[in-house]
Design a protein around this ligand. Structure first.
Ligand code: 5GP
Ligand code: ZN
Length: 114
């Protein structure tokens, strides 16, 4: 989608600090990190939210989730615990409507989130 921020990052039209990439997924650091590790994992193909990703019937959700876990391993946060979050819908805080998993770790994470 031409007007989508994360499609532009996937297309390298907007710079981002990429930390991991697979054939169909890209992981890059959040520009406004909320934890020492705060990485966003997106499918390269545009899907608006987690519901749309779940409906993608070609293993794409699986690839995104595996990429999120691989990021956590590479960032060294698995032992201390980490969180994979899909804010889904404006009411849940989603502001960019290209689905993305937040991978958060490197500090104690409270529950429930706000
Ligand atoms: P959401 O609120 O949709 O769950 O998450 C969107 C995330 O994208 C936010 O954490 C925000 O900091 C991040 N973000 C917004 N614009 C950019 C950008 O241009 N580059 C990067 N790397 N992250 C961004
Ligand atoms: Zn997009």
């Amino acid at each position: 989608m031409s007007d989508c921020l994360f499609c532009k990052i996937v297309a390298k039209e907007i710079p981002a600090e990429i930390v991991y990439e697979t054939g169909r997924a890209l992981a890059f650091r959040d520009v406004n990190p909320q934890a020492p590790t705060h990485v966003l994992v997106v499918p390269k193909a545009h899907h608006a939210d987690a519901a749309a990703l779940a409906r993608a019937d070609d293993g794409l959700a699986d690839e995104v989730l595996k990429a999120a876990h691989e990021v956590a391993v590479r960032e060294g946060v698995t032992e201390g615990g980490y969180r994979i979050v899909f804010n889904t819908g404006a009411g849940a805080g989603q502001t960019v409507f290209h689905v993305h998993a937040h991978v958060l770790g490197g500090r104690a994470l409270t529950w429930p989130p706000g």
